[in-house]
Every structure is written in C-alpha cells, then in structure tokens.
Design a protein around this ligand. Structure first.
Ligand code: NDP
Ligand code: MG
Length: 386
C-alpha cells in the first residue's frame, strides 16, 4: 500500500479526487503539480504541506513562490519542475493525473526513480506503451491502473491463474451522443459535447468520451496493461456505467466488477492495493438500478474507435500519431475552430497518411511523431474559424 504520494495534475478532476482519498486515509503527500491553476494549488499545498510543488507555467510558478513564501514548501517550474515532483525522494508512489501526452516524460521519470505508479494518464501508454512497460520491468516497479475500466479488469484478475485470461471486455457509456447518426452530429456544440451523462471529468476526456476516442485510447491502454491484442479486446456499450469492465476466462466464465460510477473507487484501489479500505463513495443499490442495457458500438459514426483499433493493429508509432492528432483536434474543437465531426476525420487522416514502420523506435521518435502530427493538423485546420 502507498504511504507517501506525489500527485501530478493535482488540480484536475482525478487529482482532486486523489486528494479526497489521501485525506480520508491519512496518506502523506510529498509533491503536487499543476499547469497554471495556482489558486487551487496553493490551497492544496497549505492543506497537505508537501515538500514541493511544481507549476508548468513559469509566470504562475513565480507568483506561487511569493504566495507560499511563508511556508517551507519549495516551488519549481516548467517540465523540469514536474519531473522533480515525479522523482521526489520521500514518495513511494506517483499518481499521474496529468492530461495528454505531456504526462509521458513525468511517467518515465517516476519509473526511473524507482517509484510505483498509479496511472490515470492513459495517453502515457497510448503514445509510449512499449517504452513505459519496458521501464517498469527494468526498474522493478509496480504500475496500477486508475482508469475505471482497467482498474475493473485488474480487480477481476485478482486470483486468476496465469494464462487463464481469454479476453477483456471494456464497457463504454456511449457518451452524450449514443444512438445519434452522423447527420445529427453535424452541428453539435462544444457545450453539448461537454455534458457527459454519468461521469464528471476534465474537458479533454469528456470530448474524447463523446467521440468515443476515449474508448479507442482505452483499447490501446488495455493492450499494454494486460498483454492483449486488438482481437482479444471487446468493447460493449453499457449505458448505466455500473459494470466497469469484465474479463472472459478460458472456460468462458465471465467476471465483472460493479460499483457506482465514482473514480475514487479505482483511485483508492490503486493506492491501497492489495488492501480494501472504507470509501467515501456511495454503496451500489442494484435494485434501484433495476436493469442494465448493452449494445454494440457504432464504429461507422464513431470513427475514432475504429481508427484506434487500426492504429493498435499497425503498431509502432501509429497509436502515438492517433493520440497526437486527437489532442490537437480536441484543442481546436474546444476553441470552436473546427466542428465535432472534424475530430474523427482528422484522426483518421493522420493515421491513414502516416507511413513509418519503425519497429525499434526511441523516445525521441515518439516525441518527434507527436510534434509533427500536431504541426500538420494545425497547419491544415488552425487558420479556420467557424
Ligand atoms: P483535468 O483536465 O481535469 O486535469 C488535468 C491536470 O493536469 C490539471 O491538474 C492540470 O493543471 C494539469 N495539466 C494540464 N496540462 C498539463 C501539462 N501540459 N503539463 C502538466 N500538467 C498539466 O483532467 P482529468 O483529471 O479529467 O484527466 C487526467 C487524466 O486522467 C487524463 O489522461 C484522463 O484521460 C485520465 N482519466 C480521467 C478520468 C476522469 O474521471 N476525469 C477517468 C479516467 C482517466 P491545471 O489545473 O493548472 O490546468
Ligand atoms: Mg475510463
């Protein structure tokens, strides 16, 4: 069980819920980081009194240094500062709750410093799964999934003998636009895409849920975490978000993990594994749920899911490219520079036009593919205003 944690991205949705868990179980918090939200970061720092905080934005970091000058908390800035937080000496576990591929270098830094990881930042595994899994093995650290589906699979796997797993079945809520046709999605607004039926999350993952890119990223994430190929990972739409995922074993027995949709359950399990401690979340009242529904995903309308599966089958840097195109596209959609359906088209085109089959790629190759893909997307669409 984790005793002292550094929380990267502590001001976000997962970060604040991680601190709820830390508060409840008296975990020591050794470092906190944010992109620029220093108001909340200062409040968190004063409550948890970590050894250090880090802010990506230099100006914001300078301001925070002044605000925290009456404390002993060190304030660092930029990517180096965030890496420092990932390697803070007295912590044993790093919670990576940064959004986007920006989480990859801090993940690697934490692993190299011998820290266990509670990983929410799925883009880390999508863009750099091969390097991350190798680093985990080389440095003999543990990687605990925080993403609810992957935590569910991890929980279902407890007690299963090696080699018993036949496939994993990822559940998906279907997001805001479940059942809609492409025509109906033509003019949806940012506000509509940002309203998720079951989960309250950061903006980027909420858009990813409405395009189903999130499930595509999760298929790739599952492939790394559980050693599965694309054909061993099913996706099923389950509107109620009560079953968080399932596994099917060699004898066709299916094991599922259920609970109310509250991220503090998987966050806590990643921090207390293998222990089960009391939780601030509600109990599941299954009779009130009444019934649960399941559907096949619509791969034609929600093309991002199909493209991620394609990228996974191709391997190499294709998942990195799919992720980078999506990050750039979501950013432009949130700024109202492109339309909702453009996101899927941009990701499809990026993966379809990429042709580099490097099997032995390096970290530099990943960062370069990420940079080039974003630049191409911005060059093509960045000037448009709707
Ligand atoms: P949020 O947008 O709510 O929070 C992101 C956090 O990362 C904030 O602390 C933000 O700081 C910080 N941040 C943003 N950009 C950077 C950057 N470039 N470098 C360093 N720090 C940065 O995201 P979520 O909490 O929703 O998601 C975090 C991760 O967890 C994502 O990968 C997501 O896919 C995954 N996840 C989230 C779930 C959820 O329920 N929210 C569920 C499962 C997975 P600031 O506040 O200053 O902007
Ligand atoms: Mg998830």
């Amino acid at each position: 069980m984790a005793k002292a944690i550094s929380v990267l991205g502590s001001t976000g949705s997962i970060g604040t819920q991680t601190l709820d868990v830390a508060r409840m179980h008296g975990l020591k918090v050794t470092a906190l980081t944010a992109n620029s939200n220093i108001k909340l970061l200062e409040k968190q720092a004063r409550e948890f009194m970590p050894k250090m905080v880090a802010v990506l934005d230099m100006g914001a970091a300078a301001q925070l240094k002044i605000s925290l000058s009456d404390t002993n908390i060190d304030v660092f800035c930029g990517e180096e500062g965030i890496k420092k937080a990932a390697q803070e000496e007295s912590c044993d576990t790093v919670v990576n709750a940064i959004v986007g591929v920006a989480g990859l270098l801090p993940t690697l830094a934490a692993i190299k410093a011998g820290k266990n990881l509670a990983l929410a930042n799925k883009e880390t595994l999508v863009a750099g799964g091969k390097l991350v899994m190798k680093a985990v093995e080389d440095n003999n650290v543990k990687l605990y999934p925080v993403d609810s589906e992957h935590s569910a699979i991890f929980q279902c796997l407890q007690g299963c003998p090696d080699g018993a797993l036949k496939k994993v079945i990822l559940t998906a809520s279907g997001g805001t636009f479940f059942g809609k046709t492409r025509d109906e999605l033509e003019n949806v607004s940012v506000k509509q895409a940002l309203s998720h039926p079951n989960w309250d999350m950061g903006a980027k993952i909420t858009i990813d849920s409405s395009t189903m890119m999130n499930k595509g990223l999760e298929v790739i994430e599952a492939s790394w975490l559980f050693g599965c190929s694309d054909k061993d990972i099913d996706v099923v739409i389950h509107r109620e978000s009560i079953i968080h995922s399932m596994i099917q074993l060699k004898d066709n027995a299916v094991i599922a993990q259920l609970g109310v949709p509250d991220m503090r359950i998987p966050i806590q399990y990643a921090l207390t594994y293998p222990k089960r401690l009391p939780s601030p979340t509600k109990e599941l009242d299954i009779c009130r749920i009444g019934k649960m529904s399941f559907f096949e995903p619509d791969y034609d309308t929600f093309v991002c899911l199909a493209v991620c599966r394609d990228a996974l089958r191709r391997g190499g840097l294709y998942p990195t490219v799919a992720n980078a195109a999506n990050e750039a596209a979501v950013d432009m959609f949130l700024r109202e520079q492109i339309r909702f359906l453009d996101i899927g088209d941009i990701v499809s085109e990026a993966v379809g036009s990429f042709c580099d089959d490097k099997k032995d790629f390096t970290l530099e190759d990943i960062l370069e593919a990420d940079k080039q893909t974003r630049a191409k997307v911005r060059e093509k669409f960045g000037h448009i205003s709707l």
